[in-house]
Design a protein. Structure first.
Length: 293
């Protein structure tokens, strides 16, 4: 085991404007034993609500690394409101781990009291906007802190939607006071699937509200002989087009905490750190001849 980390690397502090990685279960022991040079880690909130050894491992990890919490279960788009029990469990996790950032998704996953185990897209309407803003305000009041809301990856659009997604997200931030977690890969995936211009989506976001950026890989699946769809599966390295879009995001938003996500076919930690190093280099020097989609 390496010597103890210096005091300026202790956890429980703010998330630095550096590139971190998503911490997955298979890497817990390696992080504790080797103390890799990761700027920070992000974990899924729901994975640390139970008992057993897992929360204790994160207790140990956060002594040396800043940690953020990224939730998947609040269902901020649910018309029937937030699940009070789940929200209380989120508050317990926040109180225990004192994360530098807390984030959730612009989506819904609960309908009629049934948990649907997915991050489902919302109709982009004034009614849905009012629901999301109400739920975000409730969550922030209950947690006593600002949260970040992540833009979704999507594969369909509702015919009755009246608000462009980027305007919807900007309005949520303005009306509720929340921040924006700008997932650059999600923007690229959705733009390809729907025919949007990804750079225009980025440019429409309120710059002061962007508090974090996510990067990940995605896959391409052929629908038929003439059509394909991009799937946000977090199972590969970041592609060149997303790196170029990230360079544009850095130009627009400046240095903000940036995370490498990898959730399927999770590779050795060294691969994630290598991707984080590429993000760091772009954050520092940009990419020459950036031509974002």
């Amino acid at each position: 085991m390496r010597p103890a980390a210096p005091a300026d690397r202790k956890g429980r502090g703010p998330i630095p404007a550096e590139a971190g990685v998503g911490l997955r279960f298979r890497h817990h022991r390696e992080v504790l034993e080797d103390r890799p040079a990761a700027a920070w880690f992000e974990v899924h909130t729901e994975n640390y609500m139970g008992g057993g050894s897992t929360p204790s491992l994160l207790d140990a990890i956060r002594r040396d690394h800043p940690v953020s919490l990224h939730g998947t279960g609040l269902s901020l788009g649910s018309a029937e409101g937030l699940d009070a029990v789940h929200l209380a469990r989120v508050r317990e996790v926040v109180a225990r781990f004192e994360p530098g950032l807390v984030s959730e998704h612009l989506s819904f996953s609960v309908a009629g009291g049934t948990y649907l185990a997915d991050l489902l897209p919302l109709p982009m309407t004034e009614e849905a906007l009012a629901v999301v803003c109400r739920n975000v305000k409730q969550a922030q009041d209950f947690l006593k802190r600002r949260i970040l809301i992540e833009n979704p990856s999507s594969y369909l659009r509702y015919r009755h939607s009246t608000i462009p997604e980027w305007e919807f997200l900007a309005q949520v931030a303005t009306r509720s006071g929340c921040g924006v977690l700008c997932d650059v890969n999600n923007i690229y995936v959705s733009a390809c699937n729907h025919g949007w211009r990804a750079s225009a989506y980025l440019e429409a976001l309120p710059r002061a509200a962007v508090g974090e950026i996510h990067l990940a890989g995605h896959s391409v699946r052929q629908v038929d002989a003439s059509r394909s769809i991009r799937i946000d599966d977090h199972g590969s390295r970041v592609c060149d087009e997303v790196w170029r879009l990230y360079a544009l995001a850095v130009e627009l938003f400046g240095r903000v905490p940036t995370l490498i996500e990898w959730d399927t076919d999770v590779p050795p930690l060294a691969v994630l750190l290598d991707e984080a190093d590429k993000a760091r280099r772009i954050m520092t020097a940009g990419l020459p001849n950036v031509r974002a989609a």
